[in-house]
Design a protein around this ligand. Structure first.
Ligand code: ZN
Length: 363
């Protein structure tokens, strides 16, 4: 075991941290929700900083497309459990800390049970269901939520703490519908932005634990790395917030898939195998490929009609209600949105979206 004072000398030298601050870091308990692009740098810096108890929750395995930004994983880790590899790697960085892994999805059923064992939660998730779940659970337990999100060359980060200021719902009360929000897989992301934003999250955690400086509570930091411009926005507590306002309607965890419109859209999904069966059986189907006018990619289904998302409602009077309409697109997000838009426009025929898009279909 290394000498505590030698190992953390650079922290101890800082008057804002000092020996007592480093002791606080050692006895602190921090959980990272999501071991992806943000979670990896957070885990590295918290482990190196000597955070004594680190929890990591994620149910995913390492995919080859993760390696471009998820810095804890390498070629040989593809296919293995993210949390297990993450634990192995950060224990190599610092053998004096305790790492607890949860190889499962954070849900309304386990969130309070898991998160209540920690002093701070780092929301490093990539989806809205988990963001609202983490926010609500942190508010109920009464612990801070160090939140961030990244997109293309951009990142935003803040700290939500209902005891002191706003929650995520005060800032973002309504969940967008799936299909409106492209994922990293769909829109792309520059790897280094996850490193920058994740490192800011780790820095906020250290400040919260030691009480150093001014945290991002009540503020949102936005970074546009393409032009390398940072902006700061104030986040105020909303007295009408359904969670932390004066008359809250949410007092316990809810169904976050339903809140984020996931259940309703997944009901309309069809898998590649199910689609193949329909095609093979010559079922009366009409295939529609959602693509923009300038898209030159080959049609995966040559028999499909093509239409852009902005023109989708014009299909309302053209589709045959007696045939199943099956929408496809590259990633399976636009097609979900197409189904929703037509449903909202009053179209009554059966509609499906190809799950995982043509990309998954071709695998
Ligand atoms: Zn709130």
């Amino acid at each position: 075991m290394h000498n505590f004072y030698e190992r953390y000398k650079s922290h101890i030298l800082l008057e804002e941290i000092g020996i007592s601050g480093q002791e606080c870091i050692k006895s602190s308990r921090v959980i990272i929700v999501g071991a992806g692009g943000l979670g990896c740098p957070v885990a590295v810096y918290l482990a190196s900083a000597g955070v004594g108890n680190i929890g990591i929750i994620d149910f995913d395995n390492v995919d080859v497309s993760n390696l471009q930004r998820q810095i804890l994983y390498g070629d040989k880790d593809v296919g293995k459990s993210k949390v297990e590899i993450a634990k192995e790697k950060i224990e190599r960085l610092n053998s004096e800390i305790k790492v607890i892994t949860y190889n499962e999805k954070l849900t309304s059923l386990n969130a309070l049970e898991v998160l209540k064992n920690y002093d701070v939660v780092v929301d490093a998730a990539d989806n809205f269901q988990t963001r609202y779940l983490v926010n609500d659970a942190c508010a109920i337990i009464g612990i801070p939520d160090v939140w961030a999100s990244v997109y293309r060359f951009e990142g935003q980060v803040s700290v939500f703490d209902v005891k002191k200021c706003a929650c995520y719902r005060c800032f973002h009360p309504v969940s967008p519908k799936p299909g409106n929000v492209p994922s990293c897989g769909e829109s792309g992301i520059v790897g280094a932005i996850t490193g920058i934003i994740g490192s800011i999250q780790a820095c906020e955690v250290i400040k919260i634990i030691t009480g150093a400086g001014n945290s991002l509570i009540g503020r949102l930091l936005y970074l546009d790395a393409l032009n390398m411009v940072a902006k700061e926005f104030k986040i105020a507590k909303d007295s009408k917030c359904v969670l932390c306002g004066k008359n809250p309607s949410i007092k316990e965890l809810i169904d976050y898939d339903e809140f984020c419109h996931i259940s309703e859209s997944s009901k309309n999904e069809i898998t590649s195998d199910e689609l193949n069966i329909k095609i093979k059986n010559n079922k009366n189907i009409q295939l529609i490929d959602i693509r923009e006018e300038n898209d030159k990619n080959d049609l995966v289904f040559p028999q499909a009609a093509t239409i852009s998302l902005k023109n989708i409602v014009f299909l309302k009077d053209k589709l045959n209600k007696n045939f199943d309409a099956i929408f496809v697109c590259k990633y399976g997000y636009k097609s979900i949105y197409a189904v929703q838009l037509l449903k909202e426009s009053g179209y009554k025929g059966k509609m499906y979206s190809l799950k995982g898009g043509t990309l998954k279909y071709l695998k």
